[in-house]
Structure formats: structure tokens, C-alpha cells
Design a protein around this ligand. Structure first.
Ligand SMILES: [Ca+2]
Ligand SMILES: [Ca+2]
Length: 138
């Protein structure tokens, strides 16, 4: 009986440690609807409009394009961009035109009610996709 309790305590301790590790990991990779709105909602209406989304994505492209040649290659390719993953030839290089062409379908994929804005649950779905992309390719 004594043994059993010790074993239970050890398992409980491990579970707590695992949970703490998970919480820590989550915090460092946190993408929330709030953080997305903060970055993309430039006119402050609490929604991400189509233009705001496109502008944010284009900012990310320019930021990633270190040598400014309109093509992301090798280390320049952001590993957890959901637009990049939809762009053609994403494994080797991402051309500005392919990236740009992928923005619209990605936006429409998240705009569930098709009103041209991402709001509420739509932003949350975007945040979730970003989190998953980060987890898949750290
Ligand atoms: Ca807005
Ligand atoms: Ca919408």
C-alpha cells in the first residue's frame, strides 16, 4: 500500500511538471486574437478588414525579404506563415506575386460570414491556425 501511494505521488508530480512545461511553451508562442488585432487592426474598429489583412501580410513579406529582391528564399522564408504555406513552391522560394496571390484565398478562408472583415470567432480561428502552424514547425 505504501508503495502505491509513493507511485501515485510521483505520477502526480510528473503531471504537474509536464503541465508547467506546457504552460511555459504556450506562453512563448502565444498568438491570440488580441495580439492579432493589435498588429493588424490599424483603424481600431476591432475587426481586421481585407486591406488591413493584406497590408499586414505584405509588411511581413518585406520584413522577411532581407535582400529586398522580391523573393523569399532559404532562411528568409518564415516557417510559420499561413500565407507562405498556401503560396506555390513554398519549400524553396516564395515570389512576391505568389505570396500576394495567396493572401486573398487565405483571408476568405477565415472570413466565415463573407462580410469582408475578420471579427470575433473569425479572428480567434486565425489565431488558432497561427498557433498550430508554429507548433508544427517550431
Ligand atoms: Ca479594422
Ligand atoms: Ca467576417
Amino acid at each position: 500500500m505504501k508503495h502505491r501511494w509513493g507511485w501515485c505521488a510521483a505520477v502526480a508530480l510528473l503531471a504537474v511538471l509536464a503541465m508547467q512545461a506546457q504552460a511555459k511553451e504556450k506562453k512563448s508562442a502565444e498568438v491570440t486574437s488580441a495580439s492579432i488585432l493589435k498588429r493588424m487592426d490599424r483603424d481600431g474598429d476591432g475587426k481586421v478588414g481585407q486591406e488591413e489583412f493584406r497590408n499586414a501580410m505584405m509588411r511581413r513579406f518585406s520584413a522577411a525579404d532581407a535582400d529586398n529582391n522580391g523573393v523569399l528564399s532559404g532562411d528568409e522564408i518564415p516557417t510559420h506563415s499561413i500565407v507562405v504555406s498556401k503560396s506555390e513552391g513554398a519549400s524553396n522560394e516564395v515570389k512576391l506575386e505568389d505570396f500576394s496571390a495567396a493572401i486573398q484565398p487565405v483571408f476568405e478562408g477565415f472570413d466565415a460570414d463573407r462580410d469582408g472583415h475578420l471579427a470575433g470567432a473569425e479572428v480567434e480561428a486565425l489565431a488558432q491556425a497561427r498557433r498550430h502552424a508554429k507548433e508544427a514547425k517550431p
